[in-house]
Write a new protein. Structure first.
Length: 204
């Protein structure tokens, strides 16, 4: 029996191609095992961090969480929002509640420190409709119409703030301001002459 086993071994040793094939398969299995093990460690398999709801927090308040959990962050944008205080976080990506791997970069959008503003257009000698549309196109939403004595009906005169200060063309004003668009009443027999004021959505 032993002699037969010895003979088989000798025959295998005389077959270099088969020997090398077996050796190659063995080495391939070892390499595959090492690669899978390395990927498992690199991707931190089954280990994730949940992105918290940091909306409304200042960056300095949210930073400790990111750092403690091995996350990185980067401010990618700044917008104006009335929902949160100036300088605080408006949004994050990936969104709050998402599960991410350690080392992931979190994109942060901050609320602008200054209120959103726009320039006052030159409305003099425009029609009422043109002047009103021009203000709306700049982003102003609170616009009151005030008729004053004038020779031409529905001719825009100027734009004022609610306190009566006349605004110059090109002047930068917060979009939340209440504007007063002064319009000529067309002279005599006008029911809207004097200091009467009508809402900006009034149709004429």
């Amino acid at each position: 029996m032993q002699q037969e086993i010895k003979n088989i071994q000798e025959q295998l040793m005389r077959m270099p191609v088969l020997y090398h094939l077996i050796a190659a398969i063995f080495i391939l299995c070892i390499l595959l095992f090492l690669v899978l093990k390395g990927l498992n460690i690199y991707t931190r398999h089954n280990k994730a961090v949940v992105i918290p709801d940091v909306k409304g927090l200042h960056l300095s308040e949210a930073a400790p969480f990111f750092e403690t959990n091995g996350l990185r962050y980067n401010v990618v944008d700044s917008i104006f929002s009335k929902e949160v205080a100036p300088g605080t976080i408006v949004d994050v990506y990936p969104v709050s509640g998402s599960k991410v791997k350690e080392g992931r970069i979190i994109a942060i959008t901050l609320n602008a420190m200054d209120v959103e503003k726009a320039n006052i257009p030159d409305v003099s000698d425009m029609s009422f409709r043109q002047a009103h549309a021009s203000l709306q196109a700049r982003g102003f939403t609170s616009i009151e119409i005030k008729y004053i004595p004038g020779a031409y009906r529905d001719l825009a005169i100027n734009v004022e703030l609610k306190d009566g200060r006349i605004l110059k063309p090109g002047e930068s004003v917060p979009l939340s301001s209440v504007l007063v668009l002064k319009v000529s009443d067309g002279g005599k027999d006008s029911a809207l002459s004097g200091s009467d004021s009508i809402p900006s959505n009034t149709e004429d």
